[in-house]
Design a protein around this ligand. Structure first.
Ligand SMILES: [Cu+2]
Length: 258
């Protein structure tokens, strides 16, 4: 896995990662369908999205041009937790169902931000494809109540998308090959994004977690034993086991993959 990643051009690293997740779960969120994580220096516009307890985004409709990188400043002026998640309608619905089953889950993908009451978060996203990109709050009950919005991406600008699908395909095949080499089905593949010793939490971009019926995404896990955190660091490929415990999801085993 390591040598293969070096072969991939650096800008493709994120794409191949999302493909890793997608590869192990058919119908999982395909970042290329909605765009890709944006770079702060390329932001062309900043828009504010106010999330309120009336279960609406203010505003909920945006027009952007293909290729544009937008900074969404997501402000929570309500009294309950809200989040803004960009996705296809299908992905959002799928994620919403997972959220309903696991209300305590904390996810941390680049296409989403979860915001505590009174706080502000942001998403920097590049819209690489013309069409419509949905967004929604996937907190239980909120999506059903109509907490959703739409980004209209007007076509025209040519973007450096041509090379991407090939890379995604290659990476997806790789991920499949890797996952067939994994023997125990309750161990999921992932890559560590962040290790937080203070809160005893670890952020992992992961493939499907079969025993939790959870598609690939980036999630923040509590760990059963803080000693697990000393074995890994950001960037490490890991296999890990996650289980439900007292309404939250806990990583009970984390093994670095060499
Ligand atoms: Cu909400």
């Amino acid at each position: 896995m390591k040598s293969r990643n070096i072969l991939l051009a650096l800008p493709c690293a994120l794409l191949s990662l999302s493909a890793m997740a997608a590869g192990s779960h058919a119908g999982n969120h395909d970042d290329s369908a909605i765009g890709k994580p944006g770079v702060a220096s390329k932001v062309t516009r900043t828009v504010t999205v106010d999330m309120k307890d009336d279960m609406r985004f203010h505003s909920s409709n945006f027009n952007v041009k293909q290729g544009e990188t937008i900074r969404f400043v997501a402000k929570n002026s309500g009294k309950v937790k809200h989040e803004m998640v960009l996705g296809t309608q299908k992905d959002l619905k799928e994620h919403y169902e997972v959220m309903k089953k696991n209300p305590e889950m904390e996810h941390a993908d680049a296409n989403m931000v979860t915001v505590e009451p009174g706080k502000t978060g942001e998403i920097i996203w590049q819209f690489t494809k013309a069409g419509k990109v949905d967004f929604a709050c996937l907190q239980p009950g909120h999506y059903d109540a109509g907490m959703k919005g739409l980004v209209n991406v007007a076509g025209g600008a040519s973007s450096a998308q041509a090379a991407s699908p090939a890379v995604v395909t290659v990476a997806a095949v790789d991920a499949k090959k890797d996952s067939t080499m994994v023997a125990p089905t309750d161990m999921a593949d992932g890559e560590v994004r962040k290790v937080d010793m203070d809160t005893k939490k670890i952020t992992i971009r992961h493939g499907e977690i079969k025993n939790l019926d959870m598609p690939g995404m980036t999630m923040v896990f509590q760990v059963k034993d803080p000693a697990l955190l000393s074995k890994v660091k950001a960037g490490d490929k890991v296999r890990f086991k996650a289980e439900k415990s007292g309404g939250t999801i806990v990583a009970t085993d984390i093994q670095p993959v060499k």
